[in-house]
Design a protein around this ligand. Structure first.
Ligand code: TRP
Length: 364
C-alpha cells in the first residue's frame, strides 16, 4: 500500500531525495537556472523540490501576473523555524508576486482545539509583527483569517466538496473526520483564492510548504482541474526542508528548549546554542581524525537555514567541519556571534513594527 503523509501528525524525513521520488515531486535542480534573483535558499538546497514550478517560472520570466500563497496555524512564539516562510514571502514579494497569507484559525480550531481569538492574537502579535520586522510590506499583502474570508471564498470551499470522493480522501488521508475534511476544503479555497474572479481570475500561483502539506497540494491540484464553473491553473508548490529542534528532536512551539524565538534575549539564545545537539565526536583526537557528523548537527542547520546567507560560505564550513578542521565549539562560536548580530538589529525592528501593528489593529 502507498505510504501516507499525515498533515496533522508529526513527520521526520531522513532522506529528502528518496522522499521526493516516492511522491513524484521534482528535484529543484532542474529549474534552478530559471529562478530570477535566485535566492540562496535554492542554492543551499533548503528548498529541494517542486511541483510545476518550471511552468510558474516561465510566467514570471515572461512578465505575466503571478502570485504566492501560504498559510499557517498560529501556534505560539515566532521562531527561527518560521522565519524561513517569512523569507520566502519577502523574496516573492520582491520579485513582484501578489502575496496571500491565510491565518488558518478555522483549521486550528477544528484540529488543535485553539479558540479563534487566540489564533488571531498570536497571528498578529507574533507572525505579522515579525513579518513587518523582516522587511515584508504588509500593506501590499492579502493577509486574512479563514474565519473571516469573503462570501465567495466560503462558497467555493463548499462547492469544492463536489470534486472530491470519500474514497479519494481515504486514500490520501486515511481515516478522516468532518473537522479535518472541512480544513482540507478550506485550505483548497486558500490555495485557489488568488485565482478567484475577484482577484483577477486564473494565474500561476506557488505555495511554499513542508512536505507534510503535500497531500493538500495534490488534492487541490485535482480540484483545480475538475472544477467546472471556473477555470483554474493547477497551483505549483515548492518544498522546504524542516529545521530540527535545537535538542535534536522536533522543533516545536510547545518546547521552548527546541527553538529560539525572534524576540528572545541574546543571552538566552546563546545558552540554547551552547547546549544544542552537535555532530562533534567524543574526543578531540577522534574529531580531528574522522571529522564531524555534519548532518546530525543542529547548530550547522541553524547557520545554513538562518544565519549565513552566502551558500559558498556554508559549503566551505560544511567541508571543514566534515573533515574535522572545525570543532563543534568553534561552530557554536560562529553561530553565537551571528545570532547576536541578527537579534540586536531585529529587536529594534520589532519595536518599530509594534507601532504599525497598533495602527492596523487598534483593538488588539
Ligand atoms: N495546513 C497548514 C498548516 O498546518 C496551514 C494552511 C492553511 C496553509 N491554508 C494554507 C498552508 C494554504 C499553505 C497554503 O500549517
Amino acid at each position: 500500500m502507498e505510504e501516507k503523509i499525515d498533515p496533522w501528525g508529526s513527520i521526520q524525513i531522513k532522506d529528502y531525495e528518496e522522499t521526493i521520488d516516492k511522491f513524484g515531486i521534482e528535484d529543484i535542480k532542474k529549474v534552478v537556472k530559471a529562478i530570477p534573483k535566485e535566492h540562496s535558499m535554492f542554492k543551499k538546497k533548503i528548498i529541494y523540490g517542486h511541483r510545476d514550478f518550471g511552468k510558474y517560472l516561465k510566467a514570471v520570466n515572461n512578465g505575466k501576473e503571478f502570485a504566492m500563497m501560504t498559510g499557517m496555524m498560529p501556534s505560539g512564539k515566532f521562531h527561527f523555524g518560521h522565519k524561513l516562510v517569512a523569507d520566502m514571502i519577502k523574496y516573492f514579494q520582491d520579485i513582484g508576486a501578489d502575496i496571500y497569507v491565510a491565518v488558518a484559525d478555522i483549521e486550528a480550531y477544528l484540529t488543535r482545539d485553539m479558540p479563534l481569538e487566540k489564533s488571531r492574537e498570536i497571528a498578529i502579535r507574533e507572525y505579522l509583527k515579525n513579518y513587518i520586522a523582516l522587511g515584508i510590506d504588509v500593506d501590499r499583502i492579502n493577509f486574512y483569517f479563514q474565519s473571516e474570508g469573503s462570501t465567495n471564498y466560503n462558497k467555493m470551499s463548499k462547492l469544492f466538496s463536489k470534486n472530491v470522493t470519500q474514497n479519494e480522501l481515504k486514500a490520501i488521508y486515511g481515516d478522516i473526520n468532518p473537522g479535518k475534511t472541512v480544513s482540507v476544503l478550506t485550505q483548497a479555497a486558500d490555495i485557489l483564492l488568488p485565482q478567484f474572479e475577484e482577484n483577477g481570475g486564473p494565474k500561476p500561483v506557488v505555495v511554499p510548504v513542508g512536505i507534510d502539506q503535500d497531500p493538500h497540494i495534490r488534492l487541490t491540484r485535482d480540484i483545480a482541474y475538475r472544477f467546472k464553473e471556473q477555470k483554474f491553473i493547477k497551483p505549483s508548490s515548492i518544498y522546504t526542508k524542516f529545521m530540527r529542534g535545537l535538542t535534536g528532536g522536533k522543533m516545536s512551539s510547545s518546547d521552548p528548549k527546541s527553538y529560539i524565538a525572534l524576540d528572545e534575549s541574546i543571552e538566552s539564545a546563546k545558552k540554547k546554542i551552547d547546549s544544542a545537539k552537535t555532530g562533534g565526536k567524543q574526543s578531540l583526537k577522534e574529531h580531528r581524525e574522522k571529522g564531524a557528523d555534519v548532518e546530525k548537527d543542529v547548530v550547522f542547520e541553524l547557520l545554513a537555514f538562518n544565519l549565513i546567507e552566502d551558500d559558498e560560505r556554508i559549503k566551505q564550513i560544511y567541508r571543514k567541519y566534515d573533515k574535522g578542521e572545525i570543532l563543534s565549539g568553534e561552530l557554536k562560536q560562529i553561530a553565537k556571534e551571528k545570532i547576536e548580530d541578527f537579534l540586536k538589529k531585529h529587536h529594534k525592528k520589532l519595536d518599530e513594527a509594534e507601532k504599525k501593528i497598533e495602527e492596523m489593529f487598534p483593538q488588539i
